[in-house]
Design a protein around this ligand. Structure first.
Ligand SMILES: O=P(O)(O)OC[C@H]1O[C@](O)(COP(=O)(O)O)[C@@H](O)[C@@H]1O
Ligand SMILES: [Mg+2]
Ligand SMILES: [Mg+2]
Length: 278
């Protein structure tokens, strides 16, 4: 098994463990993460669990997480960046959440062009996993300790159906609000407050997800290394596009591990239109 196969295996065997540990960890952890957000007990626990599992893999040289300040050096090899629980504020209301992983062949922080694999686990009514590697995307169901492919060579449906945009509407820039008005006339709203849950709807039905730059925070909310790049890599591998408003997320040269970025993802035509509106 090569290192990427081992990472995929470890993430998928960790998924039922993480899912099983969520119920007792719905409280706040009295700590902030490096982005200044209050952590949930589940964030801290999933981070520690995945850190132990992933740094133990031969061929993983660096590990970094949305939930910890610096990069851990764990030998020679690939660099792994994770968002252990994406959408963890949803744990209180029992809505969907996910785990995101990006594997880079360069030291962190790295460009999305250095990604060699990206994947996410979605904790919905069932546990699914989406893996992008070598230009193709596979969706799996994780059940009874087994990971079974349910869709190979997944591509975004040509006719988009859904959209979901984050941030408070009065905080949007006018150009984004104009774009949103157009999209609202064409597609159905699906916004659940977890990028992975919302993006999985776009991967399934076609459409557009965005957490745009805001007037109060032009850099947006989501983090390039842990969220923007991996999901950008997945959507681009499925024939869609990612953008910070001007260019592919994967073309951004990172300055900092926890840097934020405006995120727009989805069908090519919808992201082209967004870029010409912004
Ligand atoms: O609560 P808001 O502002 O809609 O933000 C939701 C966004 O923030 C996130 O929850 C941020 O990710 P984390 O939960 O990993 O911090 C995204 O999953 C989601 O798209
Ligand atoms: Mg997240
Ligand atoms: Mg998170």
């Amino acid at each position: 098994m090569d290192t990427l196969d081992t990472i995929i295996e470890v993430v998928s065997t960790s998924a039922p463990v993480i899912r099983g540990g969520l119920a007792g960890r719905r409280r706040k952890a009295d700590e902030e993460n490096p982005s200044g957000e209050t952590q949930m007990a589940a964030d801290v626990w999933a981070d520690e669990y995945l850190e132990a599992e992933l740094t133990a893999i031969d061929g993983v040289g660096e590990f970094a997480s949305e939930e910890r300040e610096g990069v851990i050096d764990c030998g020679d090899g690939l660099s792994v960046a994770i968002d252990p629980l994406d959408g963890s504020s949803n744990i209180k209301s029992n809505n969907s959440m996910g785990t995101i992983i990006g594997v880079y062949d360069a030291p962190l922080p790295a460009s999305g062009r250095n990604l060699v694999m990206a994947a996410y686990v979605l904790f919905g009514p069932i546990t699914t996993m989406m893996v992008a590697r070598e230009g193709t995307v596979t969706e799996y169901v994780i059940e009874d300790g087994d990971r079974r492919p349910v869709k190979e060579d997944l591509t975004l449906p040509a006719e988009p159906v859904v959209y979901g945009f984050g941030g408070r509407v009065p905080d949007w820039f006018d150009e984004f609000a104009d774009y949103a008005r157009e999209i609202e006339n064409e597609l159905k709203l699906r916004y659940g407050g977890s990028m992975i849950g919302d993006m999985n709807q776009v991967m399934t039905y076609g459409g557009v997800f965005a957490y745009p730059g805001l007037q109060s925070r032009p850099e947006g909310k989501l983090r390039l290394q842990f969220e923007g790049n991996p999901i950008g890599y997945i959507v681009e591998s499925a024939g869609g596009r990612s953008s910070d408003g001007e260019q592919s997320l994967l073309d951004i040269e990172p300055d900092e591990l926890h840097q934020r970025v405006p995120v727009h993802l989805g069908n090519e035509e919808l992201i082209d239109r967004l870029e010409s509106t912004l």
